[in-house]
Design a protein around this ligand. Structure first.
Ligand SMILES: NC(=O)CCC(=O)C(=O)O
Length: 260
């Protein structure tokens, strides 16, 4: 089964949801016009890392952001892996991924589990309690947010549950971009799945972000690499490749769970 994917490697206006909503609307319309099946946005595309002002900026229960993405998805008949947004939940502020299908239905909501201290998330946010797994058009999938990729045990759980595509959305700074590429390739190889990863570009007052959005296949080969400029990264993936690789080297059958 082939899927055409558009990664929106965009700049994010710091603390300015109005500007970001307009930007995302345009990017998503442009991506849909290419015939993409699935459009992927970066982490915190609505506010950026303006964490100190989350109490003013974050979307109550992610209602407005969900409605915005749902309307776009339904109108354009496209799936949107909606990066993540600033959410004001009952138990605190969260960094929350939203996925809507081509009918505009919310199929997945996941708040970031691992909070990244180097960017002060632990001071302002609470961690999520959601599972990472979901199904998209019948394809077992999972979603992760940025720092999550440094926790292979968390991602393995989704692979063991059957995920064939792992979506990663990020605001990953440029100085660690080699970690980003290597970790994503490792997650793809060890879990024999597609890794579809979208990172922002541009800068905020504290960081410069590296882009380098990637699609890695289940053999660990980089199918597409976004470079460092603002752009839409288009690619096509063949999901049958997951089963081919898992048959060739059957790691899920060969695991010795009783030993670890
Ligand atoms: N937004 C993030 O979680 C950044 C994670 C990161 O930069 C890292 O090195 O890990």
């Amino acid at each position: 089964m082939m899927k055409k994917i558009a990664l929106i490697q965009m700049d994010v206006a710091y603390g300015d949801p109005k500007v970001n909503f307009a930007r995302v609307s345009k990017w998503v319309m442009d991506a849909a016009s290419t015939g993409a099946d699935i459009i992927v946005l970066p982490e915190l595309w609505d506010t950026g890392y303006d964490l100190k002002r989350f109490d003013m900026l974050a979307d109550r229960e992610a209602k407005a952001t969900t409605e915005f993405l749902s309307d776009l998805a339904e109108e354009l008949n496209v799936v949107i892996v909606g990066g993540s947004v600033a959410e004001q939940a009952d138990d605190g502020m969260k960094n929350t991924m939203l996925v809507v299908d081509a009918n505009g239905e919310l199929v997945h909501k996941y708040s970031k589990l691992h909070l990244f201290q180097l960017m002060d998330e632990h001071l302002h946010l609470v961690e999520g309690k959601d599972e990472a797994d979901f199904e998209l058009d019948g394809v077992p999938s999972a979603g992760f947010i940025c720092y999550d990729i440094r926790f292979p045990e968390w991602i393995r759980k989704s692979a063991v549950n059957g995920a064939k595509v792992m979506y990663v959305v990020a605001e990953w700074p440029e100085p660690r971009i080699d970690h980003w590429r290597t970790l994503l390739q490792a997650r793809a190889i060890e879990n024999q799945c597609f890794v579809v990863a979208c990172n922002r570009v541009g800068a905020d007052p504290n960081n410069e972000f590296g882009g380098m959005s990637l699609v890695v296949d289940p053999w660990g080969e980089i199918v597409t690499e976004g470079g460092s400029d603002e752009k839409m990264v288009l690619t096509e993936i063949d999901l049958d490749k997951v089963d081919d690789v898992r048959q060739q080297i059957p790691i899920f059958r060969d695991r010795r769970e009783e030993r670890y």
